[in-house]
Ligand binder design. Sequence first.
Ligand code: NAD
Length: 489
Amino acid sequence: MTVSAQQEQELLQRVPTGLLINGEWVEASSGKTLPVYDPATGKELLRIQDGNSDDALKALTAADEAQAEWALTAPRERAEILRRAFDIVMERAEDFALLMTLEMGKPLAEARGEVNYGAEFLRWFSEETVRHYGRYGNTPESKLTMIVRHKPVGPSLLVTPWNFPLAMATRKVGPAVASGSTMVLKPAQLTPLTSQYFAQAMLDAGLPAGVLNVVSGSSASAISGPLLKDRRLRKLSFTGSTPVGRRLMADAAENVLRTSMELGGNAPLIVFDDADLDKAVQGAMDAKLRNMGEACTAANRILVHEDVADAFQSKFAEAMRARKVGRGTEPDVNVGPIIDDKAREDVHGLVTEAVDAGAKVVTGGQKVEGEGYFYEPTVLSVLEDSPILKQEIFGPVAPVVKFKDEAHAIRLANASEYGLAAYIFTENHNRALRVADQIEFGLIGFNAGVISNAAAPFGGVKHSGLGREGGAEGIEEYTTVQYIGMPNP
Ligand code: NAD
């Protein structure tokens, strides 16, 4: 069913447009506003308050002042707030889904999937809150009893990207709330509306004033800069590109801050000659086209054994051609627009450069004419030295490369600065584990193209980052350890 313009307007009117500071939605001190656009039309959706350095510092003051009391709340109390937040997000699931489709472009069905995935971080960390144990024991010499406790890390700056507007926020806010830390959330300037709406859900769930503060703004560095220098801040959790992450890590080092870094990726998807090709094509579609390829986990290097490469490539191209491109609110659309014109130009630039270097276009390869920033689902047949294999693509473009044997596949997979996600398609379990042992990636899909789950640790190695979000590991990112030693009687 097509969403009506009236439904869209009614939803947009319910989105808080202020900055959330100390439990109140307030105006930006500059008096300026930040426009948010629909990438399917290029038209403005809504304007929200445009926060700056002064607002960021006010938000940190609120977080700092709320910290001591928040740290002392009972874990059960924090768990129940998160559980209520989960219920509220699920009750408002259709609103969240439509909001993400409007500001980010992903098709409604995928946006609904993100609501389920994103909300699960609230439920998962609600359950983790009361099961986060320390240690009690004797020292080896039996002279001291030791108590090892986890304490909240303290006021945290959470910086999120535009590609998963709800899940990237819940994946940070969930464990921060669970640990008893307070926070300033800075959403991506391209997609802040979902975070604004989510923050209201957290307030409605009973989160005390000052625990979660939200400062959206047109200048990311104006917001993060003064906070990273401020001694009251204790932690930076960043999800975004590797170049920005690297710069923020350097700033965080000056203040000796704890950091969690979820950065870029360039996932290989390896199809062995013993793979079930239909499963592999489905996996490649999931891993490449989800979110229009605008995912850190997107399969950007499809490595296929030479004996099955032609068969795989023709089935894959057929599946790509069958996808319907359009505004995500339209029925049956399964590929939305790219986030903005510059991002689409970047994707097209990579395709053009690859073709100039000898790549063959199997399907797609062009921008879609008309309003919005659409790009055709594209399959390229490339050689292993193609420039397109060296960087994140962030669009619906899949380069396919042939390999000769297992050692060759492993070498190609590891030939990247990134180490976030990788996918292995084979019917041989021993081979899957053997390859997993030899490739340097934090997440591995075995005969699966989508493996993210709130209960599983998400994160990368090499230039894909540090730390893990989700799983039992996720809460550790927001805690610090205290050891108390006392003489045995
Ligand atoms: P980005 O690095 O441009 O921006 C991410 C966030 O950082 C945004 O909130 C942005 O406003 C802010 N930012 C940008 N420049 C800044 C600066 N100089 N100082 C302070 N903050 C700044 O990334 P993006 O384009 O929003 O997102 C896409 C990137 O995110 C891709 O590289 C993708 O792989 C990565 N990503 C990683 C994960 C993961 O979990 N590893 C998940 C999603 C996206």
